[in-house]
Design a protein around this ligand. Structure first.
Ligand code: G6P
Length: 617
């Protein structure tokens, strides 16, 4: 998704802006640009379609310098990827970068054109540049002009604005799209994601909706919006971003995705850290009100998008079986637009790696609005990004501690989400007085989970060896049963996201109700066969595939009874209890997708058309 970086420093800020853009590359984009105040009254701008490297090259040919600047990576929403549509957009002395969608841009465009402004792009953003330019003619300051301009906007935005005549400042604005201020020793910055600024600071102010901020060399001033629409200067807390900067690099790995797959044993250990007692989950570690909220919970509504949605689907099996609590899981973009019946005592559980996914946030806000009417008793965010909107707006939050995830295809964020959801499940079970022996056994197994994941990651070589066989196919089917069904969905999603092979997942029992018609020697079938109550039934499903010439690739427990043979490749997955098997079986499917994508020479970390964090609807 689009990314913003802005800086006001004591030296040329171009290197900081370019480093920031590179750090945002993982979010997915199609063009990039930068604008700097080169001298009072003079703006310089460069924009290129494609990667940040293309912009970098353009800047070698025609360098820009300045101590104040804004930069942007764009993921097209209004208008195709092109140089004209790339940000920053300019109007006279003003340049603007924008994330989000301005919903009333057509009306504003017509109004501005009638006023004589000439548009050079198809974007919604350009209206903002002209609005500020127009307001500057009747305002005392850039801040006032931006304030008046944003008052005209409907929709979602994070904005960075510079003015050639006010070379010492950048104005930022936030409404519905994330924006942080980075407070450094030699300057002050704006970023749509703190990761963009980690090379210059680890101190951040997370702006709130409605905030305007004036950023200059020495610091910043935040102007908050009161409920009555008036503005006043406010003090927002400066928070330290805990990180290991090395974790942001690729290290010895060819891609971030491979690195992040290999990080899973440590990431899951971090997700468990401090949350397990000898034989139970430490509910207090989930937050001071957690015990009360979980005790009052009568059912759970899990809402998420993409990979996070798959984690939610697994959790439904756990929450219903281990805690006896009814659980419903829904894609956020559906949930928020239908008349959901939330019976009294509904816990709203929002699941998101980034904590900024527009649909998930909107669903949370929708639920919170109804919290007073007795249906929803509270909200719990399971999230990887501290300080994100989802975390700030939920009653309770459980951080997954995966560390920065850069590859667009989610890996360690997913397995740590599952781990966190197992903790929530066991906490729900404990407050309901479920048999403590099984709880204790699961707690013991959770402690051993990082080791198991290490064994699963060690399948790397073996899976690399079989990936070529799949790489030449155009389609693939993934089969699983029970809590492995969502893992089959996740395996199919990983494959299509990064290798562009069309892949579908089916509950193995559904095979004969339609998809069996697709099976012939050109349709590889990937199946998950852990030790569970339905393994005999799964074996029968696999026979049905073999009998029709389908090639099978089975990830199986060593004791599952699935035998390799002609047309049947078996990869033995480390033996594990069936509750935790979904977490363990995820790893070989990630590796499979990864090596198939490598064999097909795709852009693994930044697959085409996709974005890491989808902050528009
Ligand atoms: C995008 C990403 C996916 C992610 C989904 C939900 O589509 O490409 O990897 O699963 O958003 O993101 P979230 O941050 O809410 O988990």
């Amino acid at each position: 998704m689009c990314g913003i970086v802005a800086a006001v420093g004591t030296d040329n800020v171009l290197p900081i802006l370019m480093e920031g853009l590179k750090r945002l590359e993982y979010r997915g984009y199609d063009s990039a640009g930068v604008a700097l105040v080169q001298a009072p009254g003079r703006l310089g701008r460069a924009r290129e379609v494609g990667k940040v490297a293309a912009l970098e090259q353009a800047l070698v040919a025609a360098p820009l310098t300045g101590m104040t600047g804004i930069a942007h990576t764009r993921w097209a929403t209004h208008g195709k990827p092109s140089q004209d549509n790339a940000h920053p957009h300019m109007s006279g002395r003003v340049a603007v970068v924008h994330n989000g969608i301005i919903e009333n841009h057509l009306a504003l465009r017509a109004e501005l054109m009638a006023d004589g402004f000439v548009f050079t792009s198809e974007t919604d953003t350009e209206v903002m540049a002209h609005l500020v330019e127009r307001e500057l003619q009747r305002s005392d300051s850039l801040l006032q002009a931006v304030e008046r301009a944003v008052a005209r906007l409907e929709g979602a935005y994070a904005l960075g604005v510079i003015d050639a005549e006010a070379p010492d400042r950048v104005i930022g604005a936030r409404q519905g799209s994330p924006l942080v201020v980075g407070v450094g020793d030699h300057g002050c910055y704006l970023g749509s994601d703190p990761l963009a600024l980690l090379s210059v600071t680890d101190r951040f102010i997370y702006l709130e909706d409605g905030d305007l901020v004036v950023v200059n060399q020495g610091g910043c001033t935040v102007h908050g919006l009161a409920p009555d629409g008036t503005r006043q200067e406010v003090v927002r807390e400066v928070m330290r971003f805990e990180h290991d900067d090395l974790a942001v690099g690729k290290g010895e790995f060819a891609h971030y995705m491979l690195k992040e797959i290999h990080e899973q044993p440590v990431a899951v250990a971090n997700a468990l850290e401090g949350r397990l007692g000898a034989d139970r989950v430490l509910i207090e570690a989930l937050g001071p009100q957690a015990r009360e909220l979980l005790a009052d919970t009568r059912q759970v509504h899990i809402v998420a998008c993409g990979t996070s949605y798959h984690a939610g689907l697994v959790a439904r099996y756990w929450i219903e079986e281990l805690a006896g609590v009814p659980c419903q899981v829904e894609i956020a973009s559906e949930y928020r637009y239908r008349q959901v019946v939330a019976p009294p005592g509904t816990l709203f559980l929002a699941l998101s790696q980034s904590g900024e996914t527009a649909d998930t946030l909107a669903a949370l806000r929708h639920a919170r609005r109804r919290q007073g009417d007795d249906a929803y008793i509270g909200s719990l965010a399971v999230c990887n990004v501290p300080g994100s909107s989802l975390v700030r707006e939920s009653d309770l939050s459980l951080m997954t501690h995966a560390g920065p995830e850069i590859g667009v295809a989610s890996t360690k964020a997913f397995t740590t989400q599952l781990t966190a959801l197992m903790l929530v499940t066991l906490a729900l079970r404990q407050v309901r007085g479920g048999d403590p022996e099984l709880t204790a056994r699961l707690v013991h197994r959770l402690r051993y989970l990082p080791t198991l994941l290490g064994d699963a990651v060690a399948l790397d070589e073996e899976i690399r060896g079989i990936a070529d066989g799949l790489a030449s196919h155009r389609h693939a089917l993934f089969l699983g049963r029970g809590s492995q069904m969502p893992i089959a969905m996740e395996g199919a999603l990983k494959l299509k996201e990064i290798s562009y092979i069309h892949a579908e997942a089916y509950a193995a029992g559904e095979l004969k109700h339609g998809p069996l018609a697709l099976i012939d020697e050109t349709m590889p079938v990937v199946a998950l066969a852990p030790m569970d109550d339905v393994r005999e039934k799964l074996n029968s499903n696999l026979q049905e595939v073999r009998a029709r010439g389908g090639e099978l690739l089975v990830f199986a427990d060593p004791e599952s009874g699935v035998v390799a043979g002609e047309g049947v490749t078996v990869v033995n997955v480390p033996a594990c209890c069936h509750y935790l098997a979904p977490i363990v079986y995820t790893v070989p499917l990630q590796l499979l997708a990864y090596y198939v994508a490598v064999a097909r020479d795709t852009d693994v970390d930044q697959p085409r058309n996709l974005a890491k964090s989808v902050t528009v609807e």
